[in-house]
Design a protein around this ligand. Sequence first.
Ligand code: KG4
Ligand code: ZN
Length: 364
Amino acid sequence: MRPQQTFTILGVETSCDETAAAVVQAGAGQAIVRSSVVASQIAEHAPFGGVVPEIAARAHVELIDGVIRRALDEAGLGWTELDGVAATAGPGLVGGVMVGLSAAKAIALARGLPLVAVNHLEGHAVSARLGGQIDYPFLLLLVSGGHCQLLDVAGVGRCRRLGSTIDDAAGEAFDKIAKTLGLPYPGGPALERLAEGGDAGRFSLPRALLGREGCDFSFSGLKTAAARVAEGLSAPEDRRDLAAAVQAAIARQLAERTERAMSLYLAAHGGGDRRLVVAGGVAANGAVRRALSAVADKAGFSFSAPPLAYCTDNAAMIALAGAERLALGLTDGLDAAARPRWPLDEAAALANPTHVPGRKGAKA
Ligand code: KG4
Ligand code: ZN
């Protein structure tokens, strides 16, 4: 790899229900997003109350070429100005992952560009760096629809898992509880809107794992309790107060477990690197951000979250992860596999698969 300061990377993301492409320039300083195109499939999946894998894979095939074209056009760049192409290679819905990864491989082959196969979770891990300079190491709370974990991030490809959910992910809990409140998919943002101005103290909900050792999460008890309360409610202000209580309970648990992870993190890094980062779709939630920011303040940590557009799935974060890998000379062959499961900290996931493992191993 020739030594160079800045890399211009095309990123491609197709692991769930967003078909996305972006061009990012990244080097020693602040990353610059030249374009970030996200074609959401929410309308296609909404009638089914969640993402239907076959519909997603087909929609990715239809959208991918146009989305990549738009990303280059909006960046004002041609193929020859790119230094590499990065695509999500997992974890995710494998039919969709294959679409984006195959498109990236075709571009790499046709244009003679290096390919970087990016772990979607690593994309989320670097996403806050799209908004400002954040040095490694940092403590990361990754909260999305499919994942809920605390990670000690020492650098690109160097993550240690400190805790993860033993049942649902935080976004999954938001989505399922929103459904019992009659809200449309995706439930997280809808529940946040409903909760506005609500009285979070009116309904008491269980505080899972409170005071329990370690930094794992659990949301299934909250989900059951909220469903039971929701059954008896119909007045708009009752639903609003329940939404506020649910949001506060999720934010409280995330903050409490993060506070515990801080001491594990400090034991590894000492006091000089007190940085907390939140990423993933749930990082868009205002109550969650406020609760984490308060915990960070108390412990003397800086607190960063990605710009709102880069909390939920996007390709700018995949391009940035690709640029950081390329700068380290980490590239992949055209035989790189699409992986439905691909934990960031493979050693920890194998030793202690807290998220119920399937036949092929731990998901997260
Ligand atoms: O990161 P993401 O786009 O996809 C995954 O990789 O899973 O996260 C999507 C999740 C969904 O569960 C969605 O309901 C949740 O993030 N989410 C929110 C908010 N915006 C998105 N949850 C709570 N409040 C929000 N404002
Ligand atoms: Zn995601």
